[in-house]
Design a protein around this ligand. Structure first.
Ligand code: CMC
Length: 430
């Protein structure tokens, strides 16, 4: 890592001698102060709940500048990737660092297609769940079951097996998600059709039945492909950090991804897309917006404007801008504009963006504000929204996991704490 000429000096008011720490320079973005030896030298910990200012790793995959609303995958702006590439190319880019040429692309697509099947015994796991179980709960469990079928996923220090695991994860998630959908419906499962493209195959498994093969619709597959691109990676967010933390102990990749899925499900993270739709349904009509906003401002209500706000983006979320346009276009093309919640969402967005509560806190719509509306228009049920997010993010998770395992300086993740509990004491025996 390039070291900056300048160093940071930390001085203490309690007589502890001042300390100097090196500063590293990234390719772009803020410099970082290396405090790895801070405890060794000073006997003190640093305190940063929620990782507001702490870089937990080096990464060359995704870069975000939250102040200007910029998102780059391997250096390429998301706006270009979302219009010029497809999801398979994005997976390749995230995993291997460059966009594929024709031969690499064909080989990669073929490899993914060859790994879409899951072991028949997965049905036994599936049948153990309640019919009404949430799809994300089932998905977490099914992915954690995968290492029972692929023992070679334990060979994490061999790049060959890491690559196979990465391909298996990207290839099998659509199959598992479609299986869960059919299980929830009580319908027979439709096996993958490997001559179909990634998104077409997913839609085929979701919406075909034994009597009728679903005819792919270009508008729908293109919209889904773009949703996947926009959600594919987002640097060290909560679920990706979870994947890295679990992986730092040497755990197999399927278990790491299962942990990432569990984290993603939370409504402050990926679960927000489902929460937005439920919120819009509850608001119901534009006349109710101001009453709803009033409730949000009352902190004791614990209500948030779902799909608004972001830890990093303090200007706008570039993904939200793109997805809003796709949403409008898709609803228009499918003639669903008047039947959807899109108009209510745009009105809510406008009112919030003019309200001092949101403006002063730099709260803007995030990618999840419109992603539920568009997914609903594609025929995807609300409870499956976060599964689609997981399907997309699986590419980023495996790329980040692979990067971490390949890092010669990797360490097990082990944060410290400020202990505020009882001092050592004895049990009083009476
Ligand atoms: N509605 C109302 N108030 C909000 C919201 C919101 N959506 N988001 C933040 N605030 C307020 C928050 O209460 C706090 O107010 P105050 O300063 O008076 O205490 C202030 O804004 C700062 O918020 P914070 O919670 O400290 O910010 P954070 O960076 O810790 O949280 C967030 C980021 C995404 C968890 C949060 O904005 C949120 O809960 N948003 C709603 C859920 C959501 O849409 N999540 C999807 C995120 S994007 C998809 C993904 O990557 O997962």
């Amino acid at each position: 890592m390039p070291i900056s000429d300048s160093k940071v000096t930390l001085s203490f008011s309690d007589g502890t001698p001042s300390l100097k720490f090196p500063i590293y320079k990234g390719t772009i973005g803020p410099d970082v102060i290396d405090i790895q030896n801070f405890y060794k030298i000073s006997g003190k910990f640093t305190y940063d709940p929620g990782f507001m200012s702490t870089a937990s790793c080096n990464s060359a995959i995704t870069y975000i500048d939250g102040n200007i609303g910029e998102l780059l995958y391997r250096g390429y702006p998301i706006e270009q990737l979302a219009t010029k590439c497809n999801f398979m190319e994005i997976c390749y880019l995230l995993l291997y660092g460059e966009l594929p040429n024709k031969m690499q692309n064909d080989k990669f697509i073929q490899a993914i297609a060859e790994h879409t099947m899951v072991d028949k015994k997965i049905f036994a796991f599936l049948n153990g769940f309640s019919r009404n179980a949430h799809p994300m709960a089932i998905l977490t469990s099914l992915v954690s079951a995968l290492p029972t079928f692929y023992e070679d996923s334990l060979y994490i220090h061999d790049p060959y097996y890491r690559e196979i695991s990465a391909i298996r994860i990207i290839a099998k998630l659509p199959t598992l998600i479609a299986m869960i959908y059919k299980f929830n419906l009580g319908q027979p499962f439709i096996y993958p059709s490997n001559n179909l493209k990634y998104c077409d195959n997913f839609i085929y498994m979701m919406f075909s039945n034994l009597h009728k093969k679903y005819k792919t619709n270009k508008i729908i597959t293109k919209a889904l492909d773009r949703i996947l691109i926009l959600h594919a990676d987002h640097e060290q967010n909560a679920s990706t950090s979870t994947v890295r933390l679990v992986g730092s102990s040497g755990a197999n990749p399927f278990s790491c991804i299962a942990a990432g899925i569990a984290c993603l499900w939370g409504p402050l993270h990926g679960g927000a897309n489902e929460a937005v739709l439920n919120m819009l349904k509850k608001i119901d009509k534009t006349e109710n917006i101001s009453k709803f906003i009033k409730k949000i401002k009352n902190k004791s209500s614990n209500i948030k404007l779902m799909g608004f706000g972001h830890r990093i983006y303090k200007n706008y979320d570039p993904r939200a801008k793109i997805i809003r346009n796709i949403c409008y276009k898709v609803l228009n093309e499918l003639d669903l504009l008047n039947k959807s919640l899109f108009k209510l969402a745009t009105k809510l967005e406008k009112i919030a963006l003019e309200d001092d509560y949101f403006v002063s806190r730099k709260l803007y719509p995030n990618v999840d504000f419109y992603s539920g509306i568009i997914q609903q228009a594609l025929g995807i049920p609300v409870s499956m929204f976060t599964c689609i997010f997981a399907m997309a993010r699986s590419a980023g998770w495996v790329a980040q996991w692979n990067e971490m395992i390949s890092d010669p300086n990797k360490k097990i993740g082990r944060p410290r704490q400020l202990f505020v509990g009882s001092k050592k004491r004895s049990i009083n025996c009476k």
